[in-house]
Write a protein that binds this ligand. Structure first.
Ligand code: AMO
Length: 433
């Protein structure tokens, strides 16, 4: 029997809608095996769901039945057969097998139960991530992630942005010296990129409006639920826009993502038992100074201090959905953010409750001012010569932001731990698999 002989591969989900007698090929991994006299019921899972296939000793013969008897859970099989109505409870249609082949035999016991019936810790699950991904609850997160990435791209294409790819091996720091992973680049020192900051700014000189979705690296020894050493960032940068205009772009991206996930992933949201967060434009905007005033009603916090997790949690109880905190003190924002006045910067963070999702702002586009800001932040302009030079070629005013895609996924999937939203997360303790 070959795939050419009128048999066609159908996904599990499609089989339920097929007429009786349809010749089909079922491919997937074995989740359950239930022998019942001369019959054997096998539950096969693929990425769309479950299918039931039935072996009948009278049809497949002794040899064929033995293939079923020797099956192990999680093995990958291929079955040729015909669709029939099922007599099992909860199963509408099943496939009566004519030929069963084991494409890859698994070797139990397994380190985790990928059906999710037996609880495993996240650490154990991540150690066996390839198997963990067979769990529909886990797979659902990455199906949603796919929609999120697609939706982001579509929004930026529609807004006339050009998608770019900047280098990840770099010779100079983009965000200052801390948190860099160092590596040897032949006979030179090099680093893994912390962000595309300087490149995306330079690209506004020519391509004007750019965006990039890529992974970045931070050597942060913080073992929190929202930090990893390799994260995916959505970065945008646009010439001739100010901080408030790019905040609107962030709103549009987030709202379209939510709309698209609602449209494409109702099944996955059901599997995860979560409701999408609400997002109404415009998002609330509060200035840093207003935030400090609000916080001061609960605890003493000096103007100029960075907001600690406990402060953000407090704000998160007041602002339950998406909101911006804008115009932060100059001293606690990076050197490339433009000055609003002596104390304030033209910066903003996009928040969801207590969680910072994105930060950005209007950038310095004047070389002398940028050098001054570098010195103020105790950085050496000489280390940034390649970047500073580009300002001599004519640098348009520009603004942009970077948004943590993994964190956005936390909000959408209702996960408290960022590691759940990353296929193979990297943190100070985890480098494999
Ligand atoms: P920032 O450092 O605030 O800004 O990063 C932007 C967003 O990226 C996410 N993020 C992280 N997510 C997980 N683990 C980490 N270790 C981590 N670090 C950052 C967060 C954060 O809000 N160049 C600027 C952006 C800009 O101004 O355009 C930057 O990198 O969601």
């Amino acid at each position: 029997m070959s795939a050419g002989s009128q048999f066609k591969r159908y996904y599990s989900k499609e089989i339920l809608g097929l007429p009786e007698e349809t010749k089909c090929i079922v491919r997937g991994w074995v989740e359950d095996i239930r022998p019942l006299g001369k019959l054997m019921f096998i539950t096969v899972r693929d990425r769309t769901g479950l299918a039931q296939i039935v072996l009948n000793r009278n049809i497949v013969g002794e040899e064929g039945f033995a293939v079923g008897e020797n099956l192990t859970r999680q093995s990958v099989i291929e079955a040729f057969g015909k669709v029939q109505k099922s007599r099992s409870q909860n199963v509408l249609m099943e496939v009566l097998v004519e030929k069963l082949t084991v494409l890859s035999r698994s070797s139990p016991p397994f380190p985790i139960d990928p059906t999710g019936r037996v609880f495993s810790s996240l650490d154990k699950r991540l150690d066996a991530r390839a198997l963990d991904l067979r769990n529909p609850q886990v797979m659902a997160i990455f199906k949603i992630r796919h929609t999120v990435l697609k939706s982001i791209r579509e929004t930026f294409y529609r807004l006339g942005f050009i998608e770019v790819n900047t280098p990840k091996i770099i010779g100079q720091a983009a965000e200052g010296g801390a948190n860099l992973f160092k590596l040897t680049y032949f006979d030179k020192k090099a680093y893994l990129a912390q962000s595309p900051q300087l490149y995306k700014e330079q690209l506004t000189m020519s391509l004007e409006k750019v965006f990039e979705i890529a992974q970045y690296f931070r050597a942060e020894k913080s073992n929190t639920l929202r930090h990893v050493c390799e994260f995916t960032s959505l970065d945008m940068e646009a010439a001739y826009m100010d901080e408030f205009e790019v905040m609107e772009v962030a709103e549009e991206v987030v709202c379209n993502v939510l709309k698209d996930v609602e449209k494409e992933n109702s099944e996955e949201l059901n599997i995860l038992r979560v409701k999408l967060p609400r997002a109404e434009r415009p998002f609330k905007r509060i200035s840093y100074t207003e935030a400090i005033e609000k916080l001061n009603k609960k605890r003493r916090i000096e103007w100029g201090e960075d907001l600690q997790t406990k402060d953000l949690r407090m704000l998160g109880r007041v602002f339950k959905e998406f909101y911006f905190i804008y115009h932060w003190p100059l001293a606690i924002k990076p050197f490339y953010i433009e000055r609003l006045d002596e104390r304030l910067s033209r910066s903003f963070d996009l928040m969801y409750g207590y969680l910072e999702l994105a930060s950005g702002g209007k950038r310095v586009s004047d070389r002398q001012e940028l050098e001054k800001r570098l010195i103020e932040q105790k950085l050496d302009p000489k280390d940034f010569e390649y970047h500073l030079r580009t300002f001599n070629y004519g640098m348009p005013p520009h603004s942009g932001w970077g948004l943590g895609v993994d964190r956005l996924l936390m909000v959408i999937t209702g996960k408290d731990n960022i590691r759940e939203t990353i296929l193979y997360p990297r943190d100070p303790r985890r480098l494999v698999p």
